[in-house]
Design a protein around this ligand. Structure first.
Ligand SMILES: [Zn+2]
Length: 425
């Protein structure tokens, strides 16, 4: 106990030393990434006022304006992933950022929707978890993961199931998530308060261009090319300058906060945030309906854990044992439109005194045939008939964690969209 305490003190001293003798001298390096480019036009629409309006041109114009603002200040070093109309692969963009040991990575994009109604801005940070479902959502959401051949090779070799890559990712993400969220919230606040735009908030999303970055990173959707008013704004000198200037101000605020915290962290009486005893999930809603990942009812949020209890599906968003992250998650949920979202505490690995958890595999009107994938893959599936419906369940677990682990195993076997059920008896 004592030993680890003095080791912490030593670390703080070391950081103070590094901060004073090197950190303070170092320029704050920002990588500016104009989305798309070259043969990848990104989102595009034809308007009589602009001709074909391409995302790749808007993002480059904003990034060049922002870069010029930063370059006027000698405290900043600016690195561009592109300054002309070309397409650097996503891997090239990540490698450039990591090699330059940048302090911040900002990828600038424009949104698009099949409908013309959606408008406004949103900022994405790399989410805290990693699974295929989220990738699919990210793919469907928009265009940001255009993959060229080199990227495809790189990301194909990346196995999200391998424990090593999972551990590496988790460390990386928890390390930069808070900073990314902080910067993202500055950006969205400026869009909303200064530029009077509609902010759709800061969201966690699984995006290739952010995933392997070893620094706080955000992807900013500066507006919808598919919405007429947004498109005219994005195409205009005024709109591009306002966007660039709002991002610039956010960088300044972020840098100041970072410097304040760096000084604070070396004060011995100011402890670093300690993890809480309990885990916290954000309860989004209870509903008699079952929604699977990507359903519009979930309003674009990922990392959903569904627990069925007393006939109702309870939808929980994200999980953390850090108070600051919990508060951020709650904010994200409310901004997504879950106005009554609340944070719920879970005692880790708590064994249920009464009752148990199981996994609801399927609810059907007809009996599953004996060669259905579920009955073929699993032994010991239980079947109940209630009010004319067949309920297929599996397993008996005394803690939520055991049930979650079993659910993951089922997913690996191809049995998806199952729900953890709390059975009181
Ligand atoms: Zn884009």
């Amino acid at each position: 106990m004592n030993q680890s305490f003095s080791f912490k003190k030593y670390l703080r001293f070391l950081f103070l030393f590094l901060f004073v003798f090197s950190g303070a001298q170092k320029k704050f390096t920002v990588v500016l990434d104009a989305g798309h480019g070259g043969s990848d036009f990104g989102a595009n629409r034809f308007y009589s006022e602009t001709g074909r309006l391409n995302e790749k041109d808007v993002t480059l114009a904003i990034v060049l304006k922002l870069g010029r603002m930063l370059e006027k200040d000698k405290d900043f070093k600016v690195i561009y992933t592109r300054k002309i109309d070309e397409y650097p692969s996503l891997l090239d963009r990540t490698n450039l950022a990591n090699r330059s040991k940048a302090d911040l990575f900002i990828s600038v994009h424009c949104n698009a929707n099949t409908r013309s109604a959606p408008y406004g801005t949103e900022t994405f940070v790399q989410g805290p978890d990693q699974n295929k479902t989220n990738l699919e959502v990210a793919k469907a959401e928009n265009d940001v993961i255009f993959l060229d051949d080199k990227d495809r090779e790189m990301f194909a070799s990346y196995d999200p199931k391998s424990p090593e890559s999972l551990i590496a990712l988790k460390i990386q993400q928890s390390k930069y998530l808070e900073s990314s969220l902080l910067f993202g919230s500055f950006v969205e606040e400026n869009f909303e308060k200064k530029d009077k735009r509609f902010s759709r908030g800061v969201k966690q999303q699984n995006l290739h261009v952010l995933r392997l970055n070893a620094m706080p990173s955000v992807l900013i959707e500066t507006g919808f090319i598919s919405n007429y008013d947004d498109a005219m704004y994005l195409a205009s000198e005024k709109g591009q300058s306002e966007i660039a200037s709002s991002i610039y101000d956010a960088i300044i605020s972020y840098k100041k906060t970072r410097e304040r915290n760096a000084v604070k962290n070396v004060e011995p009486e100011k402890p670093v945030e300690q993890p809480l005893k309990n885990d916290f999930r954000i309860l989004l809603m209870s509903s008699p309906s079952k929604y699977v990942a990507g359903d519009p009812a979930l309003k674009g949020l990922n990392y959903i854990l569904t627990i069925k209890e007393g006939g109702f599906y309870r939808y929980y968003y994200a999980v953390t044992n850090m108070a600051s992250v919990r508060d951020n998650n709650l904010k994200t949920a409310r901004e997504a439109g879950f106005n009554n979202a609340t944070s719920i505490s879970f005692v880790p690995n708590q064994k249920l005194g009464i009752g148990y958890y199981n996994i609801e595999l399927a609810v059907t009107d007809q009996k599953l045939s004996s060669n259905s994938p579920i009955l073929n893959t699993l032994k010991d599936v239980e079947r109940d008939k209630v009010n004319g419906k067949f309920y297929y369940t599996y397993g008996k677990f005394s803690s939520l964690e055991e049930a979650v682990a079993a659910q993951k195993e089922l997913e690996d076997k191809g049995i998806k969209n199952t729900v953890i059920q709390k059975v009181a008896k």
